[in-house]
Write a protein that binds this ligand. Structure first.
Ligand code: ADE
Ligand code: ZN
Length: 330
């Protein structure tokens, strides 16, 4: 079994199917046939773009509004991915999306950290042939209208829990000109002033210009960033500045950034010297897991075990974890 790292995994897009069913029972929702529930949670081949993809998040987010639910989801997700051979994961979510029933952003994050700690304790008590899994949280600012104050609060909460379960920030949501990265300059400047590392979703639905904007703000990692291939100068800059791309293959097929996996350029970028990593993005929405993504790129793009080793090393280098943790991972 491969030893894997996932630096780009959204909690709301990755709630295990069985946990969704458990939460539906807890909340007294009517049971739905498994096949229909899967259709409700996952995109089909008819998904046209990122906006349609993001519509799949409404249902799971609705089930993630209490501290108990959030803790359960983090715990069950970690148990699931440990079985897949993961040794380190950064789980991201936007605290501001989980305040519908009165939780504060701080309480949301506290609940997710309780899920991490519950898993670490469980892991200590259950010997396993799987390697040890460690995890941190990334808090997402959201591309939404009129939410400056909520994004600001997310930064305050990230600072409060930094190195105590939270390891950085992200900017997620609809990548459109209305939510251009330049709108978030003051927020990411604040993150930099507080030494909070961050990644930014860019070069997914929008082109190279969005990646340049993320780099201008000081992002050391780019969520997706795959559309850098449209600009050779940009690729050279990514190599020179050792910027890490968090690539997510099936997700990019779902949102029609690519039409065929055979054309997916992770191996090409890797062999050119870009610090690429391979990640899942949204396991439940895409109906995949990380071992499946590696398998797919092996079969369809000729990714080799040596390439995979390099992807792993790139992920360790780019992880927002402590140096002690990196030493364990190398
Ligand atoms: N939230 C969940 N998945 C996402 C993606 N691929 N891009 C932007 N925001 C997201
Ligand atoms: Zn993402």
């Amino acid at each position: 079994m491969r030893k894997l790292i996932d630096l780009h995994l959204h909690l709301d897009g990755s709630v295990p199917f069985t946990t969704i069913k458990e939460l539906m029972t807890i909340h007294g929702l009517p049971t739905i046939d498994d096949q229909i529930l899967r259709q409700k949670l996952s995109v089909g081949p008819d998904c046209r773009d990122l906006n349609e993809f993001l519509e799949k998040f409404a249902f799971p987010v609705h089930l993630m509004q209490t501290a108990a639910d959030l803790q359960l989801i983090v715990f069950s997700l970690l148990k699931k991915i440990k079985k897949q051979g993961l040794v380190y994961v950064e789980i991201r979510f936007a605290p501001q999306l989980h305040t519908e029933q009165g939780l504060t952003q701080e309480e949301v994050v506290r609940a997710a950290i309780s899920g991490l700690n519950q898993f670490f304790n469980w892991q200590k008590m259950h010997s396993s042939s799987q390697p040890e899994l460690h995890a941190n949280l990334l808090l997402c600012l959201m591309r939404l209208p009129h939410n400056y104050d909520q994004n600001l609060e997310t930064i305050t909460v990230a600072k409060h829990f930094l190195d105590r379960g939270v390891s950085g920030l992200d900017l997620a949501g609809a990548e459109t000109p209305a939510f251009a990265i330049s709108n978030y300059t003051s927020l990411f400047n604040l993150a930099s002033q507080n030494s909070i590392p961050f990644t930014i979703h860019a070069g997914e639905a929008m082109g190279p210009e969005s990646i340049y904007q993320a780099l201008d703000l000081g992002a050391r990692r780019i969520g997706h960033g795959i559309r850098c291939i449209e600009d050779t100068q940009l690729v050279a800059e990514l190599i020179q500045n050792k910027i890490t791309l968090e690539c997510c293959a099936t997700s990019n097929l779902n949102t029609k950034v690519f039409d065929q996996i055979d054309h997916y350029p992770v191996k090409k970028l890797l062999n050119q010297g870009v610090n690429v990593t391979l990640n899942s993005d949204d396991m439940t929405v895409s109906n995949i897991d990380l071992p499946h993504e590696y398998q797919l790129l092996e079969e369809k793009t000729g990714l080799t075990r040596a390439d995979e080793k390099q992807l792993y090393l790139n992920a360790v280098t780019a992880a927002f974890c402590s140096n002690a943790e990196k030493k364990r991972l190398f």
